[in-house]
Design a protein around this ligand. Structure first.
Ligand code: ADE
Ligand code: ZN
Length: 355
C-alpha cells in the first residue's frame, strides 16, 4: 500500500483506531509492565521515612541507564523491591490494565524468576501466584496470557539449568516455554544449547533474545545451536544478508521492540533508521512489541504509532504486522485463524480505514 495515496491519520485518530484492532504482544516482560505507582509503593514500603517526592527521586536514580547492561542492573533493582510472591498480584493487576489499554487480546509474557529464587523464594509458590493471576485476567477480561520463563543468560549456565529444572518440576498449562534474556554480552547463546534441547524434549517452546547487544553471530548461534523458534529483537541481523535470507527461509519471526533498541543504543540511535523496515520488506515475519513499558516509557500502541509516523509503515502494512503477532505466537492454528479473522472484521468496521 502506497503511503502517498493514503490520508495521514493524526495521532489520536490513529491510536483510537489501533486500540480496536485485536493484537497479540509476544515480547513483554512481566516485571517491566509494573506501573510507576506500584514501584513507588514498593519503595515507600521498604523506606517508610520516604514521602512520595523522595520515592520519585529514588525512581529517577534507579531508572538511569544508557545501555543494555545498565538497564539490566535497573531491572534487578526493581525486582529487589518485591517482598514476597504476593507482590506479583499487584504486578499482574498492572499487566491487566496495560493489556486492556492497548487492545491486546493475547499475550506471551516473560517472567524472570532468577532474582526471586536467589532471595530464597519457593518457585512453586511463585508459579501458583502466576497461575492464579493468569486465570483471573482471562476471567475478568477475556484476555489470554501465557508465560515464558526467562531462564536468564546473566547468571551463567548453571543458573539457567536450575531454572529449567524448577520449571520442569512445576509444570502448568499457563507456562508454555522458556526464553533467554539478560546480558547478551556476558552470556553468549552457545552456552545454553543443552538447556534449550532439554526444554523442547519436555514439550516446552523455546525463544531467545539475540542480536540486541551483540552482532549477527549471536543470532546465528541462536538459530543453529539454541534452535529458538523466535528471535527477540534480532536487529544486528540487518547487517548480514545471508542471515536475513535464513530467517525468511526458516520462517523464524522477529519480536521487534523499536523504542527499546533506540534506548539501549547499540545498533540504532533513531527510530527512523530502525531496520524493521528492511526486515519487513525482505519478507521476515516481523512483529511489534514494547519489551519493557515502564523502563522505556512505551506501550504497544505507541510502537504502532512510531512505526506509522516515524518509520513510514502504511496502515495496510501495520494490519499485516498485527496479523503477524498472532501468526508468530504459540497458539494453535484454529485460534490463530479466529484472531486474524477478528483483525479483518475490526479493520473493515472501522471508519478510519473507510477512506
Ligand atoms: N530483560 C528484560 N528486558 C530485556 C531485554 N530487552 N533484553 C534482555 N533482557 C531483558
Ligand atoms: Zn526483552
Amino acid at each position: 500500500m502506497e503511503r502517498t495515496t493514503e490520508k495521514q491519520l493524526g495521532k489520536e485518530e490513529f491510536l483510537n483506531f489501533f486500540r480496536k484492532i485485536p493484537k497479540a504482544e509476544i515480547h513483554l516482560h512481566l516485571e517491566a509492565v509494573i506501573s510507576r505507582d506500584t514501584v513507588r509503593r514498593f519503595i515507600r514500603r521498604r523506606n517508610p521515612e520516604f514521602d512520595d517526592e523522595r520515592a520519585e527521586q529514588e525512581i529517577g536514580r534507579i531508572f538511569t541507564y544508557s545501555d543494555l547492561n545498565g538497564f539490566i542492573k535497573a531491572y534487578l533493582a526493581v525486582q529487589d523491591l518485591y517482598d514476597s510472591p504476593a507482590d506479583f498480584n499487584d504486578v499482574f493487576r498492572d499487566l491487566r490494565d496495560y493489556l486492556v489499554r492497548n487492545g491486546i487480546k493475547y499475550a506471551e509474557i516473560f517472567a524472570a524468576p532468577s532474582a526471586f529464587i536467589k532471595k530464597g523464594w519457593d518457585f512453586s509458590e511463585i508459579v501458583s501466584v502466576y497461575m492464579k493471576n493468569v486465570i483471573k485476567i482471562e476471567t475478568e477480561t477475556g484476555i489470554k496470557v501465557r508465560i515464558l520463563i526467562d531462564v536468564s543468560r546473566t547468571f551463567g549456565f548453571e543458573n539457567a539449568e536450575k531454572n529449567l529444572q524448577l520449571l520442569l518440576a512445576n509444570m502448568t498449562p499457563v507456562i508454555i516455554g522458556i526464553g533467554l534474556g539478560g546480558s547478551e554480552t556476558n552470556g553468549p547463546a552457545r552456552l545454553f544449547g543443552s538447556v534449550f534441547e532439554k526444554a523442547r524434549s519436555r514439550g516446552l517452546v523455546t525463544v531467545a533474545h539475540a542480536g540486541e547487544d551483540v552482532g549477527p553471530e549471536s543470532v546465528w548461534d541462536t538459530i543453529n545451536i539454541l534452535r529458538a523458534a523466535r528471535i527477540g529483537h534480532g536487529i544486528s541481523s540487518a547487517g548480514d544478508e545471508k542471515l536475513i535470507d535464513e530467517l525468511v527461509r526458516r520462517n523464524i519471526p522477529l519480536e521487534v521492540c523499536p523504542t527499546s533498541n533506540v534506548f539501549t543504543r547499540k545498533f540504532v540511535s533513531t527510530m527512523k533508521e530502525h531496520p524493521i523496515r528492511k526486515f519487513f520488506d525482505r519478507g521476515i515475519t516481523v512483529t511489534l512489541n514494547s519489551d519493557d513499558p515502564l523502563f522505556f516509557g512505551v506501550e504497544l500502541l505507541d510502537e504502532y504509532w512510531n512505526a506509522y509516523a516515524e518509520i513510514g509503515f502504511s496502515l495496510a502494512e501495520l494490519r499485516k504486522i498485527a496479523e503477524n503477532s498472532f501468526r508468530a505466537s504459540f497458539i494453535g492454528d484454529d485460534e490463530k485463524a479466529k484472531f486474524i479473522d477478528a483483525v479483518g472484521k475490526a479493520w473493515d468496521g472501522n471508519p478510519a480505514t473507510a477512506r
